[in-house]
Design a protein around this ligand. Structure first.
Ligand code: FPP
Length: 248
């Protein structure tokens, strides 16, 4: 039986987040430039988005560019930004065909003008789709996001618009760039690295982690389905005992 048939549709994670890693190594193994790995990773993005929407996942968040990625060689940063514009432009049809809405999280103001405009255009054009939301994390880092939320909240306290007693988990979450997006239940990282790399640190408090040695350009929808099957075998206790969960 293939992995898709093993998935219990009544217990799907609502939100899956992915750290797409290994593009550079994939290209190097083929004697090609790192940027070839990034452009080859677009097929994996398409396959994963289509597969996720097809089985009924509601949110798919992809770590496409971190705040730290700005420190990569200028040529690689430029190539990634160009690839992003080209991909958004070309793949908007895939989003329409699959009823997928595009969203973005991160310090979007730091993106080059044309990247920001293309992104905003794709977000507006797909805003009416409701099968799944694909969330691109761009110029994103969790520590940036948390510090940013703390700044906004403290300014509001200073102005008397909020009191320290108003600050709780829900209020804090509402000042993150993921406000209105449920926390991911499953976090996947490709390429055999066991790190979180400053991604959704607040939001993954209770997420299940799934690590695969596959490099991102080799990741296909069947790999996504395999991760979901693995997720469904786990017991999520949220701090309770196993007996409490079973007798529920
Ligand atoms: C990590 O691999 C990957 C990235 C920094 C970029 C991800 C971008 C894409 C998959 C292409 C376009 C995506 C969208 C959403 C249009 P790495 O370069 O760190 O690989 P390495 O660890 O092997 O060096």
């Amino acid at each position: 039986m293939n992995f898709k048939d093993q998935i219990d549709k009544s217990r799907l994670p609502e939100h899956i987040a992915i750290i797409m890693d290994g593009n550079g190594r994939w290209a190097k193994q083929r004697g090609r430039l790192r940027t070839f790995g990034h452009s080859s990773g677009v097929k994996s993005v398409r396959e994963t988005a289509e597969g996720a929407a097809e089985i009924g996942i509601k949110y798919l968040t992809l770590y496409a560019f971190s705040t730290e990625n700005w420190k990569r060689p200028r040529s690689e940063v430029n190539a990634l930004m160009t690839l992003l514009v080209k991909t958004l432009n070309k793949e908007i049809k895939t989003l329409h065909d699959n009823n997928i809405r595009l969203l973005a999280i991160g310090d979007l103001k730091s993106l080059p003008d044309n990247t920001f405009k293309e992104l905003q255009y794709a977000i507006n054009e797909t805003a009416h789709h409701d099968k799944m939301a694909m969330v691109l994390a761009l110029s994103y880092s969790s520590r940036w996001e948390i510090v940013n939320a703390a700044k906004i909240i403290s300014e509001k306290v200073q102005k008397g618009e909020l009191t320290p007693d108003d600050i709780n988990n829900d209020l804090f979450s509402s000042y993150l760039t993921t406000a209105n997006i449920p926390d991911p239940e499953l976090l996947i990282r490709t390429s055999g690295e066991y790190r979180i790399s400053n991604f959704l640190l607040w939001q993954i408090a209770y997420a299940e982690f799934y690590f695969t040695p596959k490099l991102w350009p080799d990741f296909r929808r069947e790999d996504l389905f395999e991760a979901i099957v693995d997720f469904q075998k786990r017991e999520r206790r949220f701090g309770k005992t196993s007996e409490q969960i079973v007798s529920k």
